[in-house]
Design a protein around this ligand. Structure first.
Ligand code: GTR
Length: 404
């Protein structure tokens, strides 16, 4: 019976993939004139055969899709950087009475070493004192200035509302991406890629978003050594370029239980093939941020249809773990409907793995999060930002994922 249900889910998936995606709610100004597009089918293997079983996905097709993203979009981490022991983590400071005694603050130092050279990056970790241990946790990828993740809490930014996160019984760590790989066109020599790359980077070598995602996994390595943190209950969260990174991190690293992908747009959760004026296209992102993606990705400027993937397949890589995508009504550059549809079209993979997915094919009202099984989505009023309303939605999803 279960096998029959899975087969049916796969059949429905094949039908869905060719639908037009026209919907009642669209934020693109010229939505009615969007050029038609056909998405690659996550459940069609490289040999042309349909993937109809959970094993077919987890044992074979998942690895194929991951390879496609490495080759054509984000690049691959060199073995030396992925090797156990490439990075040493240390707790260099502990304050058991942080935030008026409600939390323990640990200052973390990471040293990556290769070929006699090294690079240091840091993170701050707050653990709620009163909550029963072990606690679930959020790792924030911070692509904004360090003042947004001030461990002294003299400066309090809604980008990292540590007090609210702790009050909900979660630990939280944050790191600044620039310490790992500078967010600049000319930053290569100062970052971790230059440390680990031997020779000139290949067209499929890791780019900056991959380096930042690698950093999230190194912080997770450390959290797994801390008995106060619950294994398998760590979420990775990021906004915009950090949101793209959060999704790519969770796609690769199956230890993340939840990816919170805020307003990630092009290269994150949205569908690259949904072409409307006013969105960020592949050509635009490659021109402005060529170092985020690998050299191969440049081939797809104005040729999105030639890509062997689209980004519903990136969310699908996280299945059956949770993905929560957040949009903002005024953030057209990121294409809110495209971000929603990325999840709709990831759902067949969730179905194959026994999860309902989003459980809807139409966008929820502004300010009303939609939570299915494995997939969640919200759109709030306002501009491009990560704030308290977003965090509350992500914390509610974490409650569902980690404390059902
Ligand atoms: C924009 C970029 C987006 C998004 C954003 C951000 O300039 O075009 O892809 O990443 O920056 O990170 O805030």
């Amino acid at each position: 019976m279960k096998t029959f249900a899975r087969r049916m889910a796969a059949v429905i998936a094949l039908i869905m993939i060719t639908t037009s995606d026209a919907g009642a709610r669209d934020f693109a100004p010229d939505a009615t004139n969007l050029p038609a597009y056909t998405l690659p089918d996550p459940l069609k293997a490289a040999d042309g055969k349909a993937v109809t079983t959970a094993e077919g996905w987890t044992k074979s097709r998942r690895a194929e899709v991951l390879e496609l993203f490495r080759t054509h979009v984000f690049g691959r981490v060199p073995p030396a950087a992925a090797a156990a022991g490439a990075v040493k983590s240390e707790v260099v400071g502990v304050d058991p009475g942080a935030i008026d005694g409600t939390a323990t603050l640990k200052r973390l130092k990471f040293t990556a070493t290769h070929g006699g050279k090294s690079l240091v990056f840091t993170a701050s970790l707050f653990i709620p004192n009163a909550a029963p241990k072990p606690v679930p946790a959020f790792i924030l990828i911070c692509n904004r200035g360090a003042t947004n993740i001030d461990p002294s809490r003299v400066l309090r930014s809604d980008f990292w509302p540590a007090e609210e996160i702790l009050a909900r019984g979660y630990a939280t760590a944050a790191y600044q991406v620039g310490e790992i790989d500078p967010d600049r066109k000319d930053g290569y020599a100062e970052g971790v890629r230059a440390l680990f790359d031997d020779g000139v980077p290949a067209p499929d070598a890791w780019a900056t978003l991959s380096a930042w995602a690698w950093g999230a996994s190194r912080i997770l390595d450390h959290l797994e050594t801390d008995p106060a943190i619950a294994k398998g209950k760590v979420a990775v969260i990021g906004h915009s370029r950090g949101g793209k990174t959060a999704l790519w991190a969770a796609a690769q690293d199956e230890r993340f239980g939840l990816a919170c992908v805020n307003e990630s747009g092009c290269g994150g959760a949205n569908l690259l093939r949904r072409r409307f004026e006013g969105r960020e296209s592949v050509a635009r992102i490659n021109k402005n941020f060529p170092y985020w993606f690998n050299a191969n990705f440049k081939r797809y400027d104005n040729r999105e249809d030639d890509l062997p993937v689209d980004h519903h397949m990136l969310s699908a890589l996280v299945a059956p773990r949770w993905v929560h995508v957040g949009s903002a009504e005024e953030d057209l550059w990121a294409d809110p409907r495209g971000e929603f549809l990325g999840l709709v079209h990831a759902a067949p993979v969730y179905a194959l793995l026994g999860k309902k997915g989003l459980g809807a094919r139409e966008m929820p009202p502004i300010g009303v999060p939609l939570r299915g099984d494995g997939l969640a989505y919200h759109i709030r009023a306002g501009k491009h930002n990560l704030g308290l309303e977003d965090w509350q939605a992500y914390l509610d999803t974490a409650d569902r994922a980690f404390r059902p």
